[in-house]
Design a protein around this ligand. Structure first.
Ligand SMILES: *[C@@H]1O[C@H](CO)[C@@H](O)[C@H](O)[C@H]1NC(C)=O
Ligand SMILES: *[C@@H]1O[C@H](CO)[C@@H](O)[C@H](O)[C@H]1NC(C)=O
Ligand SMILES: *[C@@H]1O[C@H](CO)[C@@H](O)[C@H](O)[C@H]1NC(C)=O
Ligand SMILES: *[C@@H]1O[C@H](CO)[C@@H](O)[C@H](O)[C@H]1NC(C)=O
Ligand SMILES: *[C@@H]1O[C@H](CO)[C@@H](O)[C@H](O)[C@H]1NC(C)=O
Ligand SMILES: *[C@@H]1O[C@H](CO)[C@@H](O)[C@H](O)[C@H]1NC(C)=O
Ligand SMILES: *[C@@H]1O[C@H](CO)[C@@H](O)[C@H](O)[C@H]1NC(C)=O
Length: 795
């Protein structure tokens, strides 16, 4: 990426030279404006129709070719280097400037494993699990000698023998329920099923509860309609789950309490050669874990029949035959679980492909990871890789046609997402300042196709643009209408908040860069997608997932056009009002959760509302500008020309009356936050009005005089900077409680779920923890952020 190395800061000029210096700067900008910027304002007619060229290029669909290539060799994190070169070479072939960016990261590779069910009275082995997925005649990917063994990334090495207990999904609550039932998991192996929460947190909770090993299996009870019980045949004959299929994956703790994504040995900083390494055990577990299939778990769970507590709650029962679900343990049955992996510091390679735009300081990134748990990975992630390569090809046609990109576009092919968002996180940590300064939006692809229903997650500011593009693309099924019609009929008019589980995490939650994630997923009646199994193969994709790779191509068109629209519009096409409306809706969710008896509770600890009393002026001083990319006047050469933002000249906000209040209660503080949010709502409406007006003026710039054009140029520059840095405002540098790496005060993954988003995490977690003082303090942090942003948006 160009300019990864930050320029040295310019030394402050002594005050007596200041007027002269200023004159020089002003002359420079006038000349610059005249010779560089102004010519762009001369041509009002876009000579090149980027949509037509891009869509025409993609009408030839090569997604299936890319899928074949990306699924042809194993490519666990740090391996499959031929695909690094392939990606780099293709980017170059299409006219993008390609770079390979390496990091040295701790990962684990499978070596050996064993799982035995033992009769503990005789020591006899009752069942030896094969720990292998079946080789299928119809599916070439399963046949080679280079398939990757079943294993879990970062699962600790060990050889343990113990009684075992069934712990349902292995959530925090599930382990608490077991305790209430009088079932002690200390010193035992926990058998848990996939679902509900991120698998690494299952291991964390098992370990926290004293378990010495974990087995994780896939229960057909979580497969919805498409099961053998409902009469469907298993893959490859039919759409149901293949009974030997195993979900591999990472058991890193990701967003759990005390944890962080990225290299477990380098929390918060980049894993470049020679960097300091730390004990990884805040981020990864200490007990051995193996993943198994439902065929393998059946004899194991059968042995618990009649032992411990019989489970009657539907939430605890899966759909396996031949036994009732019991907690165990069975004193006569033990498991011997052996896991052996190589823990290597391995070289991981990200590949970037850049097209420099005229506004080189405004960058749109499209990212997708390349590594997979299996040799195939046709869905995860290579449907995304195939879609991204199609986007690269389409952009290449635009370059050939001489289309001028206004903003810079960079395609990023990440390594090591699967183990814990490794490549993206380390890059985000390495280039944090430049990214905060330059990036307008991060657009993520991961599994771009595993079904036919469009799913969207992301920041509401981009949603209007997404809908606008979706309305222009036809959905591939007859009679459905546009992609937008399809989306609205499935999800209604809304976009889900981001949590974690893919490469947008560092961009949004660590750096405050607005992000979206999208993909076509399966509905209840779709063929079972064999996630992280050998059966996530080219053959499955071609036969069941996406015949003709139609949805791969549609995703390339959709995301490509979103990126192009983002780069082509003179005024960045975000809606700040939409974002703030969403903040208001999210705040209602939080308000509902506040215990009723807290509302009238007096705030006795004055220190807790100090956060609330920080004024925007004080805060501007307190914010270390070198660590924040958000909006500052210095980015605009002529602040006087376009009007100063008001954050240094704050309005008389309600908060200044606080000190007059006696006996302040929580309700009062909540009301202050609501008022601040309402004020922000008003400011954002004015701001969006200004966006529309500026774009209109730009579209009709032909009728303006030179100096009017110049003024318009600087107005738009300032407006775009405010827009670009809007999301950065929600970054709280000290981070969230007990997981400081996560810094966004609106978006984070749930501490106890890992994937799902939890909005206003500071507030919700304080409520969950019953911590009244922390809630008051956090409301202060949230409230003063609203005030600062509100002042900034309105001139
Ligand atoms: C793409 O794959 C198809 C079918 O395998 C093949 O006929 C075609 O030549 C390939 N095109 C390219 C550009 O590789
Ligand atoms: C990838 O390309 C580099 C440099 O061009 C070369 O040194 C390396 O051997 C290539 N690796 C593979 C696996 O082809
Ligand atoms: C794996 O299969 C390939 C091709 O069938 C063969 O050339 C190679 O020797 C095999 N490797 C091993 C370790 O069996
Ligand atoms: C693991 O432990 C079991 C039981 O103690 C033992 O029989 C087996 O040999 C061990 N496996 C390895 C690879 O050390
Ligand atoms: C990992 O480290 C082991 C032991 O040092 C080595 O034998 C193995 O080749 C390494 N694996 C990879 C993929 O680098
Ligand atoms: C504040 O509370 C104290 C005791 O809780 C009470 O005596 C006092 O009258 C209250 N003051 C006001 C202004 O409500
Ligand atoms: C927001 O605008 C509305 C309508 O213009 C006005 O009535 C209201 O007082 C404003 N609210 C705030 C908090 O400024």
């Amino acid at each position: 990426m160009k300019g990864l190395e930050e320029k040295k800061p310019v030394k402050k000029v002594q005050s007596k030279y200041k007027p002269l210096f200023r004159l020089l700067i002003v002359s420079y900008f006038v000349l610059h404006a005249y010779f560089v910027t102004y010519p762009n304002y001369l041509n009002s007619k876009a000579s090149i129709d980027y949509k037509e060229i891009f869509l025409n290029a993609l009408d030839t669909n090569l997604a299936g070719n890319w899928s074949k290539t990306y699924t042809s060799v194993p490519h666990l994190a740090g391996t499959g280097k031929s695909l690094v070169n392939f990606t780099r070479d293709k980017f170059e072939e299409y006219g993008l400037k390609a770079t390979v960016d390496d990091y040295e990261i701790l990962v684990s590779y499978p070596k050996d494993h064993d799982l035995n069910l033992i009769d503990s009275t005789t020591g006899e082995i009752l069942y030896k699990a094969p720990l292998k997925e079946d080789v299928l005649e119809d599916d070439p990917t399963t046949q080679g000698n280079d398939t990757i063994p079943t294993f879990l990334g970062y699962a600790a090495n060990g050889n343990v023998t113990a009684e075992y207990v069934y712990a349902n999904y292995g959530t925090k609550d599930d382990f608490e329920t077991l305790k209430e039932l009088g079932i002690d998991v200390t010193g035992k192996i926990a058998v848990v099923r996939y679902g509900g929460i991120f698998r690494g947190l299952k291991v964390k909770f098992a370990q926290d509860n004293g378990a010495i090993g974990v087995l994780i299996y896939s229960d057909p009870g979580d497969d919805g309609e498409i099961t053998t019980k409902n009469g469907y045949e298993q893959y490859p004959k039919g759409p149901a789950r293949q009974e030997s299929s195993v979900q591999r994956g990472s058991v890193q703790f990701l967003g759990g309490v005390g944890a962080y994504p990225g290299d477990p040995t380098t929390p918060g900083y980049a894993s470049k050669p020679g960097c300091e390494r730390q004990d990884p055990h805040k981020a990864i577990g200490k007990i051995p874990v193996l993943p198994i299939s439902y065929r393998e778990v059946t004899p194991i769970l059968k042995k618990l029949n009649g032992h411990g507590v019989k489970l009657s709650d539907k939430k605890w029962i899966g759909d396996l035959d031949g036994f009732d679900y019991y907690t165990g343990p069975n004193k006569k049955a033990e498991l011997n679980l052996y896991n052996n992996q190589d823990f290597n510091i391995s070289t991981l390679s990200n590949v970037y492909g850049e097209i420099e735009g005229e506004k080189a300081d405004e960058v749109v990134i499209i990212g997708n990871h390349r590594d997979a748990w299996i040799k195939g990975g046709a869905g995860d992630p290579n449907s995304g890789s195939a879609s991204m390569m199609e986007i690269a090809r389409g952009l290449g046609e635009l370059i050939k046609a001489g289309y001028k990109f206004k903003r810079t576009i960079i395609l990023m092919s990440w390594d090591g997402e699967e183990y814990g968002l490794l490549g993206s996180t380390e890059f985000g940590e390495y280039a944090s300042k430049i990214l905060q300064k330059k990036v307008v939006a991060y657009l993520n692809l991961d599994v771009s196709v595993s079904g036919t229903n469009l799913n969207l997650e992301g920041c509401k500011s981009i949603y209007g643009l997404i809908k606008k593009v979706a309305a222009t693309l036809p959905y591939p099924v007859e009679g459905v209408g546009s992609l937008l019609d399809h989306y609205l009929s499935v999800h209604g008019d809304k976009i889900t908040a981001l949590g974690s589980g893919s490469d947008y995490t560092v961009f949004l939650e660590h750096l405050g860069i607005p992000s979206i994630d999208m993909g076509f997923g399966g509905g209840k009646t779709a063929p079972i997608y064999h996630y992280h199994s050998n059966y996530d193969s080219y053959h499955w994709m071609e036969k069941y997932g996406d015949k003709g790779f139609v949805y791969h191509s549609l995703m390339a068109k959709f995301l490509g056009l979103i990126a192009l629209e983002l780069t082509d519009q003179e005024v960045i096409p975000f809606s700040i009002k939409d974002y703030v409306d969403e903040l208001t809706r999210y705040f209602e969710i939080v308000k509902e959760k506040i215990p009723k008896d807290w509302e009238s509770k007096a705030i006795e600890n004055e220190a807790t509302w100090n956060e609330l009393l920080i004024t925007p002026v004080e805060e501007m001083k307190y914010l270390d500008e070198s660590t924040n990319g958000w909006y500052q006047e210095k980015y605009i050469p002529f602040p006087e020309l376009v009007g100063k933002s008001d954050c240094m000249h704050h309005k008389n906000h309600l908060m200044f009356d606080i000190k007059k209040h006696k006996n302040l209660t929580l309700s009062d503080i909540v009301q202050i936050t609501i008022d601040d949010l309402a004020q922000l709502g008003n400011s954002s409406a004015i701001f969006d009005g200004e966006s529309a007006s500026l774009q209109t003026q730009y579209d009709h710039r032909d009728s303006l005089f030179f100096w009017q054009k110049l003024k318009l140029h600087y107005k738009i520059l300032k407006h775009n900077k405010l827009m670009q840095y809007f999301e950065r405002n929600f970054i709280y540098e000290k981070g969230l409680y007990e997981r400081e790496w996560f810094k966004h005060i609106i978006f984070a993954s749930g501490r106890f779920t890992g994937y799902a988003g939890q909005v206003y995490p500071m507030l919700q977690e304080a409520i969950e923890d019953g911590d009244f003082d922390r809630l008051v303090k956090s409301l202060g942090i949230v409230s003063r952020t609203f005030r600062r942003v509100s002042d900034q948006l309105v001139i």
